[in-house]
Design a protein around this ligand. Structure first.
Ligand SMILES: Nc1ncnc2c1ncn2[C@@H]1O[C@H](COP(=O)(O)OP(=O)(O)O)[C@@H](O)[C@H]1O
Ligand SMILES: [Mg+2]
Length: 324
């Protein structure tokens, strides 16, 4: 069963004295029950705006959305009890302890003091926060903060969980821990909509991915489907000397089906080639003839990075230093 449906969502912001921004420009989404959908897109793509609309925090200018058959825009009061949200606008009280924060959320959901405290204890254990539970949140590390915030979203045992960039800014170990927790939740039947700028995260966690850019979905499918959709294999070389970059680009352009992509330092070059083994042989022969030393050379299947680059012309994590 499709649990979350968004159709043709539009939202335009018109900041004073600036051009209008089409944060959502006809966005469509469908998330089956008990699955995890990744909304993958760069900074400013419209991920947070989508989450805000679906969690009743923002009204779109037009479009429709339902969760479990309930109209999000017409009946927000029926949506709030069945959803949990954790994300960039984390709502923890800095001065309360980890335990107190969770207990407070329980009271807000009218759990009653005994049930609320029991749920807080359960979540503290689940999230491995036992040692930190009696310390104020203001002393928590980034990873602990994310965990307490996610725990807060789970107090009411929501059917649907919205996670807005749950691992942005976390160190690799905390990120893996967060992935485990998210996977366990989906295993228990929770439907999850997760936003991320990390291709690897979408690849690892999700049942399906919607790639979004400029407020709309530009591609959709499992990560394998997305990779297959751009086709071909990649021939990739790494130069010893950046000074050889221009010549190397010419060589790769001859065997590839499109212009090669080049790293900022000019030393890593990649090109899409239909017959990669033959292309690689030709490239190696050519470099040998020209006397250009190579650090590394090989062929590989496309990654989600290639998908993103092919679809949008830019990388997902190109940081344009947009103010958050
Ligand atoms: N309250 C707002 N006022 C003006 N512009 C906004 C507001 N919220 C978001 N935007 C703009 O809408 C676009 C989409 O933002 P957002 O949904 O936050 O993207 P993402 O979460 O993918 O980074 C961006 O260009 C952003 O600057
Ligand atoms: Mg965002």
């Amino acid at each position: 069963m499709t649990f979350i449906i968004a159709s043709e969502l539009r939202k335009t912001y018109t900041p004073r004295g600036a051009d209008p921004v089409h944060a959502l420009d006809g966005l469509n989404l469908e998330v089956p029950q008990g699955t995890i959908k990744a909304l993958l897109g760069p900074n400013g793509a419209g991920k947070t705006t989508t989450v805000k609309v679906l969690t009743t925090l923002t009204k779109p200018d037009s479009g429709r959305a339902t969760i479990g058959g309930v109209d999000v825009l017409a009946s927000p009061e029926r949506i709030r009890p069945i959803i949990g949200v954790s994300g960039q606008y984390a709502a923890v009280d800095e001065n309360l302890t980890g335990f107190e924060n969770l207990d407070m959320v329980g009271r807000l959901y009218h759990l009653g003091s005994r049930a609320s405290r029991a749920r807080a204890t359960e979540l503290i254990e689940l999230f491995d926060l036992t040692e930190a539970q009696n310390r104020p949140v203001k002393g928590f590390s980034g990873g602990m903060r994310r965990r307490i915030d996610l725990a807060g979203a789970l107090v009411s045992r929501p059917q649907v969980l919205f996670l807005d960039e749950p691992t942005t800014g976390l160190d690799p170990r905390s990120r893996l821990g967060m992935w485990d927790i998210i996977q366990a939740l989906v295993g228990e039947g929770t439907t999850v909509l997760l936003t991320t700028q990390y291709l690897e995260e979408a690849d690892q966690l999700s049942d399906s991915i919607s790639v979004i850019d400029d407020g709309k979905v530009i591609a959709e499918g499992t990560s394998d489907e997305l990779k297959a959709s751009i086709g071909g294999q990649r021939v990739e070389i790494s130069l010893v000397n950046a000074g050889d970059s221009a010549v190397a680009q010419e060589v790769l352009a001859r065997v590839g089906s499109a212009a090669p992509t080049v790293s900022d330092d000019g030393r890593e070059l990649t090109v899409n080639a239909a017959a990669a083994p033959a292309a690689l042989r030709e490239v190696l022969g050519e470099f040998e003839r020209l006397g250009i030393p190579l650090y590394d050379a090989g062929m590989r299947r496309p990654t989600l990075d290639d998908v993103f680059l092919t679809l949008t012309g830019h990388m997902a994590t190109d940081d344009e230093e947009v103010a958050a």
